[in-house]
Design a protein around this ligand. Structure first.
Ligand code: VG1
Ligand code: CO
Length: 543
């Protein structure tokens, strides 16, 4: 076995976005493309020699080749040991859990999350640090800088290795340990939630349906919901991870998880429905004929947190990404705990979690999590909801409506305009930015602008600053518009428009969301000129 130093040329487009480097599979298939990025990661890690890394992915197309390449490169770069999920599978939350539990130096996660997979789909590589969370921006920027000057990478010349059996083997001087992808994660879940109580709920005939969308959570959901909690086998559907996710788009929302949504609106609907995304970190929660917005879900879990054994002692604080609705803020206020507002992306929660300032956190994009790991966690949210319902013994809709009566309702929606001409999308944001100073005081659709700004975040722990994290406009009476461009897309630009309005009056809390927000939605177009600048009359996806 020989270590080869392979000459290469730098690529200019390897800047990680909101969550790792995401590109079309075909981009990753260019000569040395993956290798360059992986070598750039390794070159930026001080103390890698002899260290333990965790490796796994969501099972999508190109995972297999990438796993082999990364293992050989890790061996050539002096890594001591790699823990890899059997068949290369690890959900993002499980990888975070394993990094923490085994005290690993970090981990490489192969996923493009909810983006479609297959030869024409997307692929992604994300580096997570020793706390189990996504690398902070300072590190991803260094990796990017390195990728632009890289001239060579190191790789072990050796045959591909088999990853389908548990156990250890050597690869050059490095140890590879193939581990059960589910065991550590399932054990952690059992330590947080009241499994006996959930078991009793299910035994009493409470029916659930979990849609793994042919992505990574199938084996996790089967183990937890069926084997440990006693739900009937048919409660978990689309449970076999497929390289192309069955041709679907594993994004758990009302648009892409349509079959699940329809089954919850049928006459014989189950009591509870849930889905997760490609890599298992997102969740969607449904009741019978009822959709829980992710923002409400965060607020509800916070309000009911002490019903779960893992949170019995209460919460230190809550954090939400800036575009997420302010429902959680109201709960934090009543609990007398701080609520932090961070830029979009899970990496911004890491410092707050590590410093013990927050216990729960979430994003409007179907992401919820806690200090148990450093990623958002889809099945965790599902189990938390089941724990809550096992205690409340009320339908999902009742639990949510009671919350609205107690705290007020935040009507909330997100409109996505996908595949835009990047120039037009950037012009829209620039135009908005240019008029921010003139907006306060202006009125339209019965709302008056209180404040308009380009969101800037200073991390309260390490004081690092992140600029241009979205344009937000606050109105009176309490309402809000946020505009930002996606940092995870791989084709054209995606404009996200986040719309929120607070409704304190219980008599007004039963409206259709799009109707309740219609004036604000019109205002968004008036202010930002969406149709004028992008040529689009309506969004592609509404969540
Ligand atoms: C989107 C979401 C963001 C989330 C990110 C990664 O980013 O808006 O809230 O953290 O995806 O989620 P963007 O930049 O496209 O808006 V996942 O499940 O892709 O790891
Ligand atoms: Co994801």
């Amino acid at each position: 076995m020989r270590i080869r130093t392979q000459a290469t040329r730098p690529y200019e487009d390897q800047r990680p976005g909101t969550s790792g480097l995401r590109k079309k599979v075909r981009v990753f298939q260019q000569p040395h493309y993956l290798e360059n990025f992986v070598q750039s990661i390794f070159d930026c890690l001080d103390g890698l020699a002899g260290a333990t890394l965790v490796l796994g992915g969501d099972g999508r197309y190109y995972n297999d080749q990438a796993l082999q390449t990364i293992l050989k490169m890790a061996a050539a770069n002096g890594v001591g040991r790699v823990l890899v999920g059997r068949n290369g599978l690890l959900s993002t939350p499980a990888a975070s859990c394993i990094i923490r539990k085994h005290g690993a130096f970090g981990g490489i996660l192969l996923t493009a999350s909810h983006n479609p997979a297959g030869p024409d789909g997307d692929f992604g590589v994300k580096y997570n640090v020793g706390n189990g969370g996504p690398a902070p921006e300072s590190l991803t920027e260094r990796i990017y800088a390195r990728s632009r000057e890289l001239r060579a990478y190191r790789i072990l010349e050796v045959e591909d290795v088999a990853l389908d059996r548990l156990g250890c083997f050597r690869l050059g001087a490095m140890t590879v340990e193939v581990i059960d992808p589910v065991a550590d994660y399932a054990e952690l879940m059992e330590s947080l939630f009241d499994f006996d109580r959930i078991h009793a709920l299910l035994a009493d005939g409470f029916r659930i349906r979990f849609d793994a969308m042919h992505a990574v959570t199938g084996p996790y959901a089967r183990e937890l919901l069926v084997h440990r909690l006693g739900a009937p086998e048919e409660s978990v559907v689309h449970a076999t991870p497929l390289p192309d996710f069955g041709g679907g788009h594993p994004d758990p929302n009302l648009t892409y998880a349509r079959p699940l949504v329809e089954s919850l609106w049928r006459e014989d609907a189950p009591d509870f429905g849930a889905a997760s995304d490609g890599d298992g970190d997102r969740n969607m929660i449904l009741g019978r004929g009822f959709f829980v917005t992710p923002s409400d879900s965060l607020a509800l879990l916070a309000a009911h947190a002490t019903c779960a054994p893992g949170y019995r002692d209460g919460l230190a604080g809550i954090a939400r990404s800036m575009p997420t609705s302010r429902a959680a803020d109201r709960v934090a206020e009543r609990l007398g705990i701080p609520c932090y507002e961070t830029p979009t992306g899970w990496k911004y929660f890491g410092n707050l979690l590590d410093a013990g300032r927050i216990t729960l956190c979430g994003e409007e994009s179907f992401g919820t999590g806690s200090n148990h790991i450093r990623e958002k966690d889809g099945l965790w949210a599902v189990l938390f909801w089941l724990n809550l319902l096992a205690v409340a013994r009320q339908p999902v809709a009742e639990v949510v409506k009671a919350h609205w009566r107690a705290y007020g309702r935040h009507y909330y929606t997100r409109h996505d305009y996908e595949g835009l001409d990047p120039e037009a999308a950037h012009r829209l944001i620039e135009t908005l930015r240019a008029q921010l100073g003139k907006l306060p005081g202006r009125s339209g659709q019965g709302l008056r602008v209180l404040q308009a700004e380009d969101f800037r975040y200073e991390d309260p722990v390490d004081h690092s600053v992140s600029e241009h994290q979205g344009i937000r406009i606050l109105f009176e009476p309490e309402a809000r518009l946020v505009f930002r461009l996606s940092g995870t897309g791989t084709a054209g630009a995606t404009l996200r428009v986040y719309v929120e309005r607070f409704e304190p009056d219980p008599a007004q809390q039963d409206q259709d969301t799009q109707q309740a927000l219609a004036p604000l939605i019109r205002l968004a177009d008036e202010i930002a000129g969406i149709q004028r600048l992008t040529g689009r009359a309506r969004p592609d996806v509404i969540t």
